[in-house]
Design a protein around this ligand. Structure first.
Ligand SMILES: Cc1cc2nc3c(=O)[nH]c(=O)nc-3n(C[C@H](O)[C@H](O)[C@H](O)COP(=O)(O)OP(=O)(O)OC[C@H]3O[C@@H](n4cnc5c(N)ncnc54)[C@H](O)[C@@H]3O)c2cc1C
Length: 336
């Protein structure tokens, strides 16, 4: 069924007002192909999940699809591994909870990330030292041009930090219909990152199970990140920038407490730290602001429009550039 002039204000976690000219929520590959077939020549096409990583800058013309294919299918391979195939419309954290409850490890660090399984490869979601790419085997898609089914092996997805070929080089060419992951029964959990390292500093790694790690991740995320249902936001609004080693040295001389991590192209800086030091933590501009506890999260205090988001993002980027000579790149995708 195709809905006309559909309200999208509840379909994006920043709660920006927007409408879709035509909207469908296909729940099978056949329904998806059917919806695609209604598209007129040159008609714009947009694909959404739960709208937790987008900025809706006005109404979406043409056809908007929210792939709603369900299903979590486990195929155990011996005692130690399982291949899990998941429909694009499955809520990501429902999947994580299900795998952890069955004792499979691999997704526990990615607990409570909003959104759908289908969107997860788009920006190679990551948290607490783990990325989707670490456990992904393949991505099933439908090619927009001719409706063909195309499977991408993980190695061909051009995954990078919050990036993939679906987000960059071949953006708009494929609709993700499902993903397949490889999970393990045994082996160590990854707790060497950020708050998890402190939480489990005294624990024997062999005694940890994925349920314990999931619980710790949930507690830490709930204490740090604003819930979009209470304070609309799109998570981290900027990526952590990578600068050259020489640039890092210059900054470190002026700011000895600078937060940075080695990266293959230089040093990765903590964008939240830069934004805080540029004076934006907890500061508002009109109805939007940078969160008072998490400077990296742009929040809608009520009634914001895309122009308000744009103005704040530009002001933050300008101040960070002026103070640190660092360009911040926005993480959420702007549509249309
Ligand atoms: C509070 C909060 C915390 C967050 N924490 C994290 C975090 O820790 N780590 C992290 O990586 N991200 C995080 N995010 C960002 C977000 O959760 C992820 O990017 C998530 O994968 C987006 O899923 P979605 O279904 O909401 O996608 P949407 O926001 O609806 O879409 C995002 C992009 O993916 C494309 N897309 C969506 N579905 C498909 C599909 N089936 N086929 C093709 N393209 C598609 C869309 O066109 C769009 O460009 C956070 C967001 C919030 C609000």
């Amino acid at each position: 069924m195709i809905e006309r002039d559909a309200d999208l204000s509840g379909a994006n976690t920043l709660a920006l007002p927007a409408r879709a000219e035509r909207l469908a929520r296909p729940d099978s590959e056949a329904a998806l192909a059917g919806a695609l077939a209604t598209r007129g020549a040159g008609e714009p096409l947009f694909v959404l999940g739960q709208g937790s990583n987008i900025v809706l800058d006005g109404d979406l013309p043409g056809l908007t699809l929210i792939p709603s294919l369900g299903g979590i299918d486990y195929r155990e391979q011996g005692d130690d591994t399982a291949r899990v195939t998941v429909g694009a419309g499955v809520v990501w954290d429902t999947l994580v909870a299900d795998t952890v409850a069955r004792g499979w490890r691999g997704l526990e660090n990615l607990s409570l990330i909003p959104g759908t399984a289908g969107a997860a490869p788009f920006q190679n979601i990551g948290a607490y030292g783990v990325e989707l790419a670490d456990v992904l085997e393949s991505v099933d898609t439908l090619a927009v041009a001719d409706g063909r089914s195309v499977r991408f092996a993980a190695a061909d997805c051009e995954f990078d930090y919050r990036d993939s070929l679906f987000k960059s080089r071949r953006r708009g060419e494929f609709i993700i219909t499902g993903i397949t992951l490889t999970l393990r029964r045994h082996g160590p959990c990854r707790v060497d990152y950020g708050g998890l390292a402190a939480r489990f500093a005294d624990a024997d790694p062999a005694s940890l199970d994925p349920a314990m790690v999931r619980q710790a991740v949930i507690e830490q995320r709930q204490s740090k990140l604003p819930d979009p249902a209470v304070l609309p936001n799109a998570g981290s609004f900027f990526k952590n920038p990578v600068v050259s080693v020489a640039h890092h040295h210059r900054l470190k001389a002026d700011w000895p407490e600078l937060v940075a991590f080695p990266h293959r192209d230089g040093m990765k800086l903590a964008a939240g730290w830069l934004i805080e030091r540029a004076g934006w933590k907890g500061r508002r501009l009109g109805p939007v602001g940078m969160h008072r506890d998490q400077a990296l999260v742009l929040v809608n205090h009520g009634g914001a429009r895309a122009a308000d988001v744009r103005a704040l993002a530009a002001a933050v980027r300008a101040d960070v550039r002026k103070r640190f000579a660092v360009d911040l790149e926005q993480e959420p995708v702007v549509l249309p």
